[in-house]
Design a protein around this ligand. Sequence first.
Ligand SMILES: *Cc1c(COP(=O)(O)O)cnc(C)c1O
Length: 387
Amino acid sequence: MSKLGQQTIAVRGGIDTDTQHGAVVPPIYLSSNYTFKGYDQPREYDYARRGNPTRSQFAQALAELEEGAFGVITSTGLSAITTIIQLLSPQDTLLIPHDCYGGSYRMFDHLARRGLFKLQVVDQNDEDALSAALTHQPKMVWIETPSNPLLRLVDIKSLATKAKSFGAYVVVDNTFLTPILQQPLKLGADIVLHSCTKYINGHSDVVAGAIITKDHQLGVDLDWWANCIGTTGSAFDSYMAMRGLRTLPVRLRQHQESAAKIAEFLQSHPAVEKVNYPGFDSHPQHALALSQQTGFGAMLSFDLVGDIEQSQIFVQEIKLFCLAESLGGVESLVAHPATMTHAGMEESARITAGISNSLMRLSVGLESVEDLVSDLSQSLDAVLASI
Ligand SMILES: *Cc1c(COP(=O)(O)O)cnc(C)c1O
């Protein structure tokens, strides 16, 4: 059979594999342990921390979608990261972007302070700073693109080429786009990770993570580490997330179509100062988005006119967007980074980083887009009236 389409891979994961009863949807294996066939005769699975059939099916589907060689399913996105950084020793340097996911930053920072590895933080779009950082030959280069909440992109192919010249591991956090919209392993990355909590599960009812490697042995090594340190995912979460995965390509199509309409609408409203959305010709990295992504995603952020009071009014008036962290679910969400995801940052540093008091982030869900636009419209009108 010719190479299967991503939609086929997503839908068919584990389907029609049950040899006992012919169940169309694969059964969930909740057992924590498995019998030996006999004396010194282990089966494929022995203990569920090490391996589980439900988890294997989910890992296999994700590895195929990323066009990688091996997948490891972890309990959370952060435990995927915990597992990956086991590849580092105290003398090694980890190079991370200055605007990576807050939870990742917190972990890297605290573990580096305890001497587990050396940490370098850089704006990967600042060519001079990046070149200077790369002269230290980091053992691992971390990429997260597009960034949260400003939707800045990093050129994966270009940075991976530089990092490979001295043999660094290139890791890409692909949570925002999923393999449907970006395949980092094909752009030169060695390892991709996901918070499956977001688009992959897509229904805001599971916390899970995944690691996919280009090289089979590296995947086997990380699978070994996941069992060793106990970061592997549960069967139930794997089952749920694989159920979500089946509709990922279809969901993303609608998420993106609605996000594009909402971005246009926001751009046209006088209560909005600036919209950060890679789908606009005016986005400084629109061309890069076109070349390394197959879609613009459904995350966007925008600055309201005014200041912190206007953010409060916007949030009070909006009805269909829940005020919540996280992203990628069927329901629309709004977040106010200054008081939520980036509240821990000092105000001046936050504003210098481009995260103003009136910056709002949207995760565009699957409600009727007309309803979302009219909700945004009435809320923005209230903002305008307050000025
Ligand atoms: C949510 C998130 C994580 C962490 O994942 P959890 O499942 O919450 O542990 C890591 N990276 C990005 C980009 C995220 O959005």
